[in-house]
Design a protein around this ligand. Sequence first.
Ligand code: GLV
Ligand code: MN
Ligand code: MN
Length: 408
Amino acid sequence: MTLPRIVIERCQYLATCSEEPGAITRRFASEAMRRAHEVAGEWLREAGMAVRRDHVGNLRGHFEGTGETTLLLGSHLDSVRNAGKYDGPLGVTVAIAAVQRLHDAGRRLPFAIEVLAFADEEGLRFGSTYLGSRAVAGTFDPADLDLTDADGITMRDAIRAFGGDPERIDHDTWSGGALLGYCEVHIEQGPVLEARDLPVGVVSAIAGQARHRITFTGEAAHAGTTPMDKRRDALAAAAIFVQAVEGYAGSSEGLVATVGQLTVKPGAANVVPGEVTLSLDVRHAGDTERVAASRALLDIAAQIAKHRKIGVSTAEISENATVPCSPRLISTLSLAVQDLGRPVTELASGAGHDAVAMSALTEVGMLLVRCKGGVSHNPAESVRTEDVAVAIDVLGRFLELLSKDNPK
Ligand code: GLV
Ligand code: MN
Ligand code: MN
């Protein structure tokens, strides 16, 4: 079987490592992730790599080089709920394929390659993103260990149950010497490459994002006996807020804002909702614009609560600035695309990636692969085998070019 076909089949296999029958849901430190690790560990070994799992739960493969430096390649193995097959796994499997080629040819490069299959990029289980890449970059926040999942399990206990030592996550920080950078291949998750009729594109920057948690607190009451003018309905307030978010972002150039999670309490048909907690995700390629939009939207939440005589509290869950990709890695990736006779295109990524966290450690570069209809975070996510072939070739050429630039 050809390598691109193997990549597709591996992504399809990983899709079966799921917590939900008939859907792809693979959370941080879950049983489904354990099954994904078993098989991905085999793939890493087959490609000639030494394999280990670190404390936070990243799976790492190390391919020896002849020199002292290391290039990091990778992406994540966790998923959103009811995910597609390629968001994350494509980058891991393409990286393995590129190393497999070197291994099959009996090649060693002047630098080592470490393939990182990150434990958590999406933040589905604990709401806190980039757990795996932050551990490697040395920016993991130990306070996150006290976060709990929907079942009340702390991150500390989840890490322990998965086989890691939560008190030693600082040992996961990269300590292998000088780095040449971190490069991530990822499905585009948007419509730009398809519109430009191109298989791959080079990322210029990754848009910053903020996540907030907002809780409206009204008063639970009897749905049959409480008159409409006596209610303090938290869900009615939240509904107005959701519409306001859509309206605000829709009329602000370059801004996207999303309410994607809503918890209604007590959550019964015959009870006026007393409390609603919702997520707010705000993104813009400009940091000033993103910060201003977050402020304005939180202010709107406060105004709605005041007007409806209910309480509101907000908490910032995460916030990261726009991350520019390294000019050196952008130009090497672009040259690799060009050497393959393909038109070079640069695009900004609206999606967040492990590269964001890794930028605290080293220079980052990213290659995006065309995605059908721009659809992602959805089971319909799809890539073409021919495009995967281009991505593997570009990554292979990129490694050759880096070898020439870094002979020792
Ligand atoms: C990650 O997929 C994100 O951009 O939310
Ligand atoms: Mn994703
Ligand atoms: Mn992703």
